[in-house]
Design a protein around this ligand. Structure first.
Ligand SMILES: NC(=O)c1ccc[n+]([C@@H]2O[C@H](COP(=O)([O-])OP(=O)(O)OC[C@H]3O[C@@H](n4cnc5c(N)ncnc54)[C@H](OP(=O)(O)O)[C@@H]3O)[C@@H](O)[C@H]2O)c1
Length: 250
């Protein structure tokens, strides 16, 4: 199923560099934007730059994924602010410190709540609105970390893995309403989330990932590994037998 034409997209987690690369990519195709983020006023220069470069409407919206009660009214608030919208791009995520998240309930809970509960509750509410209108779509960034639990980041991986299953179910539910859901599983991307971390390899630029995402969206892809080679890396990782895998230091 190819997604219908988008006139306006809501980007959640818009302070991320991947989100901003996506914003430029979409705006260059004439798509108006609502940038949703915590402390959204800090995005004013980004909004000005997008308007200037691409001559599209850009609005800012305060958004906190952990404010679960606010999600039910999000679709209407976007409409009140900016008019009709058809696409939501969710880039929200947080990478907990793997060692601290063993001892700190707070560190683990915020990661699980943000990456899984907050994002899925929010997208579930927005999906209801799209389903009613029988148009549009959802793009959501999860991670290759969600494909198999590893000692180095299983709290983050568990939340992203849960989100993968949630999106799979949503895609299955919404196909009859002509609403397309695309799951995006990035590998390592050069952003503040990972910058300076040891052991990174095959690190992609946010702009390359954004181009990949928008291209795959136009083709109606369901699940995108980006860059493409992560599909095959994860294919191998998923197939390593558990008795061997549990002894590996990954
Ligand atoms: N970088 C990588 O290597 C990599 C790899 C795989 C997947 N990903 C995924 O790609 C997405 C973008 O990540 P990134 O690399 O650009 O990292 P990032 O710069 O840390 O961006 C994550 C964004 O999520 C927002 N966020 C966190 N908690 C939030 C909340 N409660 N409410 C609203 N927004 C919240 C942050 O907002 P604030 O600015 O307010 O903190 C930030 O803008 C994430 O979903 C991440 O898990 C990244």
């Amino acid at each position: 199923m190819k997604p219908s034409k988008t006139s306006r997209a809501l980007i959640l987690g818009a302070r991320s560099e991947i989100a901003q690369a996506l914003a430029h990519q979409l705006a260059s195709e004439g798509v108006g934007l609502v940038l949703g983020a915590r402390r959204c006023q800090s995005l004013q220069p980004v909004a000005d730059d997008l308007r200037l470069r691409h001559q599209v409407d850009v609005d800012l919206l305060e958004f906190d994924a952990l404010d679960l009660d606010a999600h039910a009214s999000l679709a209407d608030r976007v409409r009140d602010l900016a008019g009709p919208w058809e696409l939501v791009v969710c880039v929200v995520g947080t990478l907990p410190d793997p060692v601290r998240s063993r001892s700190s309930s707070q560190e683990a809970a915020v990661a699980l709540m943000t990456n899984f509960t907050g994002v899925s509750v929010c997208l579930g509410q927005l999906a209801n609105d799209l389903e009613k209108r029988q148009e549009g779509g959802i793009i959501c960034l999860t991670s290759v970390a969600g494909d198999r639990g590893r000692q180095s980041n299983y709290v983050y991986g568990a939340a992203k893995g849960g989100l993968n299953v949630f999106l799979q179910g949503l895609r299955n539910r919404l196909v009859s309403a002509k609403v397309h859901v695309m799951t995006v599983k990035p590998g390592f991307v050069d952003t503040p989330m990972t910058r300076g971390m040891p052991g990174l390899f095959l690190v992609a630029a946010p702009e390359a990932v954004a181009r990949d995402i928008v291209g795959a969206w136009h083709k109606g892809r369901n699940v995108l590994y980006t860059p493409w080679f992560w599909r095959w890396i994860l294919f191998i990782i998923r197939w390593i037998p558990e008795p061997i895998f549990k002894r590996m230091s990954l």
